[in-house]
Design a protein around this ligand. Structure first.
Ligand code: SF4
Ligand code: MG
Length: 314
């Protein structure tokens, strides 16, 4: 449970006024056991920061995180250590997050060593077992990460995240660095592993097709805030927020409802250090009215399972 999570970075002042980068600006989300919640938005909208905060790789400037009811900021160190094992993060490119001087076996063994799990032979057996789970044979144990293809590298990234038998994975653009043909192999592997180990996923991506394929529910982010939250099929067949409508109308007809007009967004996503007043989307919204410049809409429940942040849907 993510409650009013916030990540603001002070930037110093320009012309005497203090600047703040609002990477994440009051986000609340409930992720259900066993589901995949997709988090989608353009690059720079803050979705990776949400992932890193959820994995506690970053300390938020506001808000709280709960795991099965436990407040993660109030844990004793033993319990904290246990829960850190339960929640793991998979990076876009494992190459940047793993030591290139270590062989694969050492990279996979490392989390077990850090948490003092098992004897040396037990750990070796676990590494071998995990390689099999992710579709690589024993010969990979002695290779280096730079000897592997992008897809194999991401398999190792996933394997490493699974070594501690977590319950919850945060997948940050896990296939964005891969060729399309390899993407589906990794996505299917993630689906298989989810089934096999009863995993819960927070799946972060800018790619609406990939998010559609993977997710049960989807949250759409714009400039540090969630603007819409819905079951995956509702979101793609009847997007309500103008931003979601624009994103969905830009993908091939396969996943979206018929008769949806193409909505073209004007301009680029504004900087998170200069968020527009009122509804932050008003500078690009084709439906914006005067009120949108003044009043910030809130993410409201408009029907069961459906939340939208837009004055048009009150
Ligand atoms: Fe567009 Fe106004 Fe809705 Fe924002 S509140 S999305 S500007 S119509
Ligand atoms: Mg990112």
């Amino acid at each position: 449970e993510i409650d009013q999570l916030q990540m603001h970075y002070p930037l110093g002042s320009i012309w005497g006024s203090k600047q703040t980068l609002k990477a994440v600006d009051g986000i609340s989300l409930h992720i259900r056991k066993g589901e995949t919640l997709g988090l989608v938005g353009e690059s720079g909208c803050g979705k990776s920061t949400v992932g890193q905060l959820t994995a506690r790789l970053l300390e938020p400037t506001g808000g709280r995180l709960f795991y099965k009811g436990e407040d993660l900021q109030k844990l004793r160190s033993g319990r904290d250590n246990q829960l850190r094992k339960q929640i793991q993060y998979v990076f876009q490119d494992p190459y940047t997050s793993m030591n290139p001087k270590h062989i694969i076996a050492a990279l996979l063994e490392e989390p077990l060593r850090i948490h003092r799990i098992g004897t040396r032979p037990e750990r070796k057996a676990k590494v071998r077992d995990m390689l099999k789970q992710i579709g690589l044979n024993e010969s990979y144990e002695f290779r280096y990460i730079h000897e592997l293809s992008g897809g194999q590298r991401q398999r190792i990234g996933i394997a490493r995240a699974l070594m501690l038998q977590p319950e919850f994975l945060i997948l940050d653009e896990p296939v964005s660095a891969l060729d399309v043909s390899v993407q589906s192999q990794i996505l299917n592997l993630l689906k298989d592993l989810q089934q096999q180990f009863s995993l819960t996923y927070l799946f972060i991506s800018h790619d609406l097709n990939v998010v559609h394929y993977m997710s049960d529910r989807v949250a759409v982010m714009y400039l540090g805030k969630i603007v819409e939250l819905a079951d995956v099929n509702d979101l793609y067949t009847s997007p309500l927020h103008p931003y979601t409508r624009a994103l969905v109308s830009a993908i091939p007809a396969k996943h979206r409802g018929q008769r949806q007009e193409r909505i073209r967004l004007q301009g680029e996503i504004p900087s998170a250090s200069a968020t527009p007043s009122g509804c932050a989307f008003h500078t690009r919204c084709p439906f914006a009215v005067e009120r949108c410049r003044r009043e910030t809409p809130t993410l409201r429940l408009i029907r069961p399972g459906r939340r939208v942040s837009c004055h048009l849907h009150e």
